[in-house]
Design a protein around this ligand. Structure first.
Ligand code: NDP
Ligand code: BG6
Length: 458
């Protein structure tokens, strides 16, 4: 399976980004526009090539959309005059088109606007790149994809590519996910489809690959002989609030565990890929998922926070879990017997996303009887195991837990967490997962996106 369209691939020429659903309360869409603005500021979206189109049913003008975005993009407190100027220039790249999702009229208009943009940038011929980003209820995806295919595929002879970005949820269960994949798959080739699971785009998740596979130290330690358990933790200290309606239909397992935490699990547990080719990396992720044995009922804990049903979008009798803890077991040579504990919850005591890798006890520990002081308690457990803590949030940092000798009077030991690595911002940096992922769609690199067989397995 290739990662790029087999023909007409171009990385220069006119570039159209179409955000399907650029209206509503803009809550989610604003962060997408912010990611695009950051890419624009860093020179990845040259104004000589790019036009951004917003499309939705709501009737608003270009200026109304720009005004709403301006308020959001200019946080007066820390923007320099240059940045404010950049925001104005960026907003001039945005056009809004109103139309329905299931009739040709709006999409024909969209195609006309895109074509005009392309010809204005490519009067001497060249290429056309069209990126459609769907941020809509998944039930609408098949109609929208059909309309894109029918009305907006570049029919001119400019050459180029069309890519479709879809956001989770990709269905509610295997059957609905397959149905959606089949519907979209009949319209577009797999290398044109970019399924976003934004945890794959997180910088530290990517850094893990280097840590694991570029260090002999980790290569030799990373297995059932040395590791006692792995915990992948997602804690949010706020309620589901405005998304109560969406969330109640899915619950914490479908919202977080089945996608984000499983993606992290794959990178922690996978074998070394044959190469850095995106397909080789995706192959290894799929193998991990296929090696997970069915979860046992007595290894699941579910819960719902108090007050969840007070949300007006949530039915009074809802049993949807807002907390879940599950133990996954990977049936292969490397991980047999090692529990992978995945834990996710909303409205908890703190906000953190982290991976904890806990090593086994030192065999026949000669220090077991000497006084032991724990200066930094790791996961609340008062034992002397080594461990790694890989924090994705709030601060992107990797800690290593080691044992030391305390003072010089006697042989007492203590345990301390050493900072092993943190994300230093040097030169041009990518701020968040969405920036990272949009950049990859522009470059045609699918490594950080979910492949169809991966979706099926998860
Ligand atoms: P919103 O409900 O804010 O936006 C939905 C927008 O889609 C509406 O404003 C509407 O705009 C348009 N729309 C098109 N068809 C329909 C339809 N049949 N019913 C309702 N609205 C429709 O949702 P979000 O932007 O927060 O999320 C978009 C989708 O992304 C969600 O449906 C959900 O499946 C998914 N998602 C959301 C998450 C979240 O936390 N919000 C998390 C993960 C996924 P208009 O009328 O102008 O066309
Ligand atoms: C989304 C979930 O995919 O991820 C939300 O739908 C969740 O419920 C969010 O809050 C968390 O993302 P992040 O990047 O803040 O960890």
């Amino acid at each position: 399976m290739g990662t790029r369209e087999s023909s007409n691939v171009s990385e220069t020429g006119s570039f159209s980004i179409v955000l399907l659903c650029a209206s509503g309360d803009l809550a989610e869409k604003k962060s997408l526009f912010l990611a695009l603005f950051h890419l624009y500021e860093k020179g990845f979206l040259p104004p000589t090539e790019v036009q951004i189109f917003g499309y939705a049913r709501t009737e608003i003008s270009d200026d109304e959309l720009r005004d709403q975005l301006r308020e959001y993009l200019i946080p007066a407190k820390y923007y320099s005059p240059k940045q404010v100027e950049d925001v104005w220039d960026f907003l001039n790249l945005i056009k809004y088109i109103s139309g329905s999702y299931d009739s040709e009229e709006g999409f024909r208009l969209l195609d006309k606007e895109i074509s005009e943009h392309e010809y204005s940038k490519n009067s001497g011929g060249g290429s056309s790149r069209r990126l459609f980003y769907l941020e809509l209820p998944p039930s609408v995806y098949p109609f929208v994809c059909n309309m894109i295919k029918t009305c907006c595929m570049n029919k001119s002879n400019l050459g180029g590519w069309t890519r479709i970005v879809v956001e989770k949820p990709f269905g509610k269960d295997l059957e609905s996910a397959e149905e959606l994949s089949t519907q979209i798959g009949e319209l577009f080739e797999e290398p044109q489809i970019y399924r976003i699971g934004h945890y794959l785009g997180k910088e530290l998740v990517q850094k893990m690959l280097v840590l694991r596979f570029a260090n002999q130290l980790f290569l030799s330690l990373w297995n059932r002989d040395n590791i006692d358990n792995v915990q992948i933790i997602f804690k949010e200290d706020f309620k589901v609030e405005v998304h109560g309606g969406y969330f109640d239909q899915y619950g914490i397992i479908r919202d977080i565990i089945q996608n984000h935490l499983l993606q992290v699990l794959c990178l922690v547990a996978m074998e070394r890929p044959v190469s850095l080719n995106p397909e080789h990396i995706r192959d290894e992720r799929v193998k991990v998922l296929e090696s997970v044995v069915p979860i046992s009922d007595d290894e699941i804990v579910l819960g719902q926070y108090e007050g969840y049903r007070d949300d007006p979008a949530v039915p009074d009798e809802s049993n949807t879990p807002t907390f879940a803890s599950v133990i996954l077991r990977i049936h292969n040579e490397r991980w047999e017997g090692v529990p992978f504990i995945l834990r996710a919850g909303k409205a908890l005591d703190s906000r953190k996303k982290e991976i904890r890798v806990q090593f086994k006890d030192v065999p026949d520990d000669i220090f077991k009887d000497v006084p032991h002081e724990i200066l930094l308690i790791f996961s609340g457990q008062k034992h002397r195991r080594n461990g790694f803590r890989i924090c994705l949030q709030p601060l992107e940092t990797i800690y290593m837990k080691l044992m030391y000798k305390l003072g010089n009077l006697n042989m007492s030991t203590h345990q301390s967490e050493q900072e092993l690595l943190y994300w230093r911002k040097e030169g041009v940096t990518i701020e968040d997962a969405y920036e990272n992922l949009i950049l990859d769609t522009i470059r045609g690199d699918q490594q950080q996106f979910v492949r169809r067989d991966e979706l099926e397995a998860s």
